[in-house]
Each structure stands twice: as structure tokens, then as C-alpha cells.
Design a protein around this ligand. Structure first.
Ligand code: SF4
Length: 398
């Protein structure tokens, strides 16, 4: 593959590494470029990379801090109870990743004496560790010349070289081009410099070319429309699924269940619900887990990777023998989809009675400060805020 002279890899590397030395982000798991020979802790690098695969740095950071406080070493995480780790992971999504996280920690603790292997190939043998994570840990924690390519890096490379092929077919080409920039010299810093550039400068919709250290050599910028890269094949529409979640209340507690270990949200706490199917449910088809005076409390929407879910929420007071009774102020271990449904359920006195049944006799004395009163669900930003709101709802005390 012949490239324009300006795309000299050494020139690109020196521009970007100089920029990284001055502008590297300060991240909870990172050893910055000014810290000399200090090496990043492989456990912290691995944990952060697993958390960051489908979410952003601001969202992942509190989880990272919580995990490393509770389980400072990989052996501590390996010894943790599954339920505690799943609960701590709640809100990060992609729960199969949490199960793989535990499996990997246990393999490192039992088969490697608590020390992560230091090569890409050996890292790849660990449970749940894929090509990206192995490369990232090898480069960042062990300074191996690994080619670390995630979505951010693909975007930067596609623009730098104005790659015309469409994603996802262009992935191998982008990986090859990225590999051409990797050297034995500072591979960990190089990987992180590319990540930082993609996250803070070469942004998806509005690349900040005016402040970019690669502006002089970037082909897409020279063409004038860098935001049109990477070229992508049009995505098929996400299929829709429908379900009903049941909020069973007893005093200030809600009935939760634990989902089966295998499958979507496996092993997580949840509200009881119907199957999630491609056809909307009619009231007559729905079989709630207990006989009670059910009312509807609206509907929440949630996007999973492979489908979009519309989840109707039904609410009742009653007893449910299979329940894990959980205070409404202590719902932090619920995955987001069920947390949203529980929130909707707490606005229950705005519901539509199901069939002939009456609304609940014991609506909260103090009206909900969030819910469906205006037809719109107002979701607090943090679980602490949510719990504060729920406390007010039940006690009236601010
Ligand atoms: S010049 Fe613009 S498009 Fe090119 S790498 Fe920099 S920010 Fe991205």
C-alpha cells in the first residue's frame, strides 16, 4: 500500500506523542507520560478496559473507583461473591462482561498466582479477554508493541488515511494501517495517545481539526469533510420487543427476583416480567405473578445492543413468595432497564386500572417527585439522587 509522503509514520508518531506528553488525560487507572518508569498496574488497566468497552470515561470512572476500593487486587476480586460483583456492576450494562470479569480474575488468581500474563498471546487465553483487551493490556501495562484498535482509533485512522471502504468491511484495512504506526518505542503511550485523540479531538460528529496535532498530515481534513469518515454501511433497523414488568409493593419494599444465570442479564436482580417478544402484549394475554389489584404505570423504553424494548409497567400491592424484598431506597443493584421500570412503578397513582380493577388504596401520602404526572419520566442523574427522591416519596422528609 503506497501512501502520500506526508503520511510518514514517524512524522505522525512524533506529532502525536509530543501532543500526548503535553495533553494526556488524567484518568484514575492511568500512569501518565510524565511518570517516568512507573508502570501501570495490569489489574487496573484490564479492569478499566473491560468497563470502557461500551461506555464512556465519565460513566465508567465511579465504577472503577468502587471496584478498586472494594477489591484492590485481582485476588480480592477473584474471592468476591458473584452476587456482590454483579450488584456492583449494575448500571454498566453488558452483564455477560461482569461474569467474564469474575471468570478472568479467578483464572489469573488460581492459574497465574495473581499476576497477569505479560504477552498478548497469553492474555488472549484468559476467559473473556478478546483481541482488543489483550492488546490494550499488553501495550499499556507491559509496554509490548501491540496494535490497540477500538472504535476511536478506527475513526482517527480512517480520517488520517481517508479510507473509502465501508465499515465494518474496512476493519482489517484500518487495523493494518494502525499497525504501521506501532513501534517498540513507547507502545503504551502510543496506544493511549491515539485513544485520547479520538476521545477529545477527533470526535465523531465534530472533529476539532483546528487544535489537532495531526492536522497538517490528515487526508480527510485536507479533503474538507473529515466528519464523513469513517464511511459506514447503513445499519439495519433495530428489532423491537415488548414486555411487561411487574412491580409488587409491600410497605416500602419491592419484590425482586434473580434472573437465571444464563442469558440476557443473567444472574442479575430484576423485576418479575413476561417474556420479551416481537408482538405487543394484550391485557388478556398477560399473566401477572400474583393475583392482585393491578394498575398500569406507563411504559419505559430501553435500548439493548440487538433490540429495542418497550416495557409496560404494572403495579400492585401484595405478597409474592419467591421475592427478594428490597427497599425502594436500595435499588442500585438493578440493571438500568429494571431500575427505570421500578421508577415508573413508584409513580403508580397515575396509572390506568387494568381491566375492572381499582387503583391502589394506599397511594403514597406524599406525591411522587418524579413519575408519570406530566406524562414524562424524569430520571435523576445518579442513584444517590434517585434514592433521595424515593426517601422523600415515602417519608415526606427532605
Ligand atoms: S485533523 Fe481533524 S479529522 Fe484529522 S485526525 Fe485531526 S481531528 Fe481528526
Amino acid at each position: 500500500m503506497s501512501l502520500p509522503a506526508l503520511l510518514d509514520p514517524d512524522l505522525i508518531r512524533s506529532c502525536l506523542l509530543r501532543w500526548y506528553d503535553a495533553h494526556a488525560r488524567t484518568l484514575a487507572w492511568r500512569v501518565g507520560p510524565g511518570q517516568g518508569a512507573v508502570r501501570a498496574d495490569p489489574y487496573r488497566v484490564w479492569l478499566s478496559e473491560v468497563m470502557l468497552q461500551q461506555t464512556t470515561v465519565p460513566h465508567a470512572t465511579p465504577y472503577f473507583l468502587k471496584f478498586t476500593q472494594a477489591w484492590p487486587r485481582v485476588e480480592d476480586l477473584a474471592a468476591a461473591a458473584d452476587g456482590d460483583v454483579m450488584a456492583a456492576w449494575a448500571g454498566l450494562g453488558y452483564y455477560a462482561r461482569a461474569r467474564n470479569l469474575l471468570a478472568c480474575a479467578r483464572a489469573v488468581a488460581s492459574e497465574h498466582g495473581g499476576a497477569f500474563p505479560d504477552t498478548e498471546d497469553a492474555l488472549l487465553q484468559l476467559p473473556g479477554v478478546g483481541a482488543y483487551t489483550a492488546a490494550a493490556v499488553a501495550a499499556i501495562a507491559f509496554d509490548r508493541a501491540a496494535n490497540v484498535v477500538d472504535g476511536n482509533v478506527e475513526r482517527v485512522i480512517s480520517r488520517l488515511y481517508a479510507v473509502q471502504d465501508l465499515l465494518p468491511d474496512a476493519k482489517p484495512q484500518l487495523k493494518t494501517l494502525a499497525a504501521g504506526l506501532v513501534r517498540e518505542d513507547r507502545p503504551g503511550d502510543w496506544a493511549q495517545a491515539l485513544m485520547d485523540l479520538g476521545a477529545t479531538v477527533c470526535k465523531p460528529k465534530q472533529p476539532l481539526c483546528l487544535i489537532c496535532p495531526l492536522a497538517e498530515v490528515c487526508t480527510a481534513k485536507a479533503e474538507g469533510e473529515p466528519q464523513t469518515y469513517p464511511r459506514k454501511r447503513q445499519k439495519a433497523a433495530r428489532p423491537k420487543r415488548y414486555g411487561v414488568a411487574f412491580v409488587i409493593r409491600r410497605g416500602d419494599t419491592l419484590a425482586l427476583i434473580r434472573r437465571p444465570a444464563k442469558g440476557l442479564l443473567g444472574g442479575m436482580l430484576a423485576l418479575p416480567s413476561t417474556d420479551w417478544r416481537s408482538k405487543p402484549w394484550t391485557d388478556a394475554e398477560i399473566a401477572p405473578p400474583i393475583a392482585a389489584d393491578w394498575v398500569t404505570a406507563g411504559q419505559i423504553e430501553h435500548i439493548f445492543t440487538h433490540f429495542a424494548l418497550s416495557l409496560a409497567v404494572w403495579v400492585a400491592q401484595g405478597d409474592f413468595s419467591d421475592a427478594i424484598w428490597t427497599r425502594a431506597t436500595d435499588l442500585g443493584a438493578l440493571p438500568s432497564v429494571f431500575l427505570k421500570a421500578a421508577q415508573a412503578g413508584l409513580g403508580l397513582n397515575y396509572g390506568r386500572p387494568v381491566a375492572r380493577l381499582e387503583p391502589l388504596a394506599q397511594a403514597p401520602e406524599h406525591g411522587p417527585r418524579f413519575g408519570l404526572a406530566t406524562g414524562e419520566l424524569v430520571v435523576p442523574d445518579t442513584i444517590d439522587d434517585l434514592n433521595a427522591e424515593i426517601e422523600v416519596l415515602f417519608t415526606g422528609k427532605k
